[in-house]
Design a protein around this ligand. Structure first.
Ligand code: 13P
Ligand code: SF4
Length: 362
């Protein structure tokens, strides 16, 4: 296998040849050598905006996970952009097709449709706004678009839920129960009004008709396996061992951890929060390991800890490496493209409706 130096120089060759026609986007959870290759880095919301605003590029190599590449394809190839480029499509490449998201996989479109049908037996679904976290397949975004709903990210979940309540009296939020619960509780909605829908339950997602009737936000039984390793005991331990430490977490963390935190936010917000803090600030950060380690390196004037004794990283984000990036870029240049993410037209059209609402509320 090739060394990193060789891979870097081969990637550089592709860059030299393609110039501004190639845009490499990277999520903050990517490994350092991939981050070093990215033209632009961001959280999920920022990456959506970058794809939506991309102008002269013809290829986006997406260093992140599958749902992000799908979103980039939908936004970069929306009708007004295609018109601007005289019909030329932007090809979105995901360097490794196995880079999925286990949370996104916890809600399949047939499960969502089945839940919606079952809800229709006890509630008026015309009065429920579906809200999908961006960490979901394009088919779910299309479902949400068709049913008057909206997509949200971790940076605009409250704005999206407010948008939803301005239209209808209930919200169904999927797939991440933690982001849904943390956000709704921040808006004053109590737990007794937040039943959780289990797609594997016999009927009504494991709820009584009564519980659903009094619901405000129906949560989905999904979670991020990376963020669920953070526990309240870890917060207690850090507070005991490092007086004055600040706990900074991603809202995908479970409620018990989230409610003990001093600050929270998307990956982009986490970075801005550390950047804005005075030297000597102590942090225990509850989010993916690669990002926390990078913050540790980039801010030696502060004291950055990872908020768990258990090392946890996002195994699917980690699948993207220089070898896969190089291989997919060289194939693109050779005219034998691999790993193209191409959302079908009908799905893209309805997903776009829900994504444009997301971009408008924030
Ligand atoms: P953000 O970068 O939008 O905070 O998302 C975090 C995440 O888990 C991405 O999968
Ligand atoms: Fe999915 Fe969690 Fe990985 Fe993000 S960190 S891609 S939510 S599994």
């Amino acid at each position: 296998s090739l060394s990193n130096e060789e891979l870097q120089s081969r990637i550089q060759k592709v860059r030299d040849e393609m110039g501004s026609k190639l845009l490499i986007l990277g999520h903050h959870y990517q490994q350092d050598e991939v981050v070093a290759q990215a033209d632009l880095l961001g959280d999920s919301y920022q990456l959506s905006q970058m794809a939506a605003n991309s102008s002269d590029c013809r290829v986006i190599a997406f260093c992140g996970v599958h749902f992000m590449a799908e979103t980039a394809d939908i936004l970069a190839n929306r009708p007004e952009k295609l018109e601007e480029r005289a019909g030329q499509r932007v090809q979105v490449i995901l360097p490794d097709m196995a880079a999925g998201c286990s949370m996104a996989d916890m809600a399949a479109i047939d499960q969502i449709e089945d839940a919606w049908d079952q809800l229709g037996e006890v509630l008026d679904t015309e009065d429920i706004t579906p809200v999908t976290y961006i960490n979901s397949a394009a088919s779910l975004k299309a479902f949400v678009g068709r049913h008057g709903g909206i997509v949200c990210t971790s940076s605009n979940a409250q704005a999206a839920i407010e948008w939803a309540f301005a239209r209808r009296s209930r919200v169904m939020f999927f797939p991440d129960q933690h982001l849904g619960r943390n956000t709704a509780m921040g808006m004053g909605i109590t737990l007794d009004k937040m039943p959780v829908w289990d797609p594997f339950a016999e009927e009504l997602g494991g709820n009584t008709a009564e519980a659903l009737e009094q619901s405000k936000v129906i949560l989905w039984k999904g979670h991020c396996s990376v963020h669920q390793v953070f526990r309240p005991e870890h917060v207690d331990l850090f507070r005991k061992q490092h007086p004055g430490i600040k706990i900074l977490v991603h809202p995908e963390c479970p409620r018990e951890v989230f409610e003990l935190a001093d600050e929270y936010g998307s990956t982009g917000k986490i970075i801005r929060t550390v950047e804005a803090a005075p030297p000597g600030t102590k942090w225990a950060i509850g989010t993916e390991l690669h990002l926390v380690n990078r913050l540790k390196q980039e801010h030696p004037e502060q004291e950055v800890h990872f908020l768990s004794p258990v090392v946890c990283m996002c195994a699917t984000m980690y699948r993207i490496d220089l070898a896969h990036l190089c291989w997919s870029l060289e194939n693109m240049l050779a005219g034998t493209p691999v790993n193209i993410i191409d959302v079908d037209e009908e799905t893209a059209r309805w997903s776009l409706v829900a994504l444009e609402r997301m971009l408008e509320v924030n």
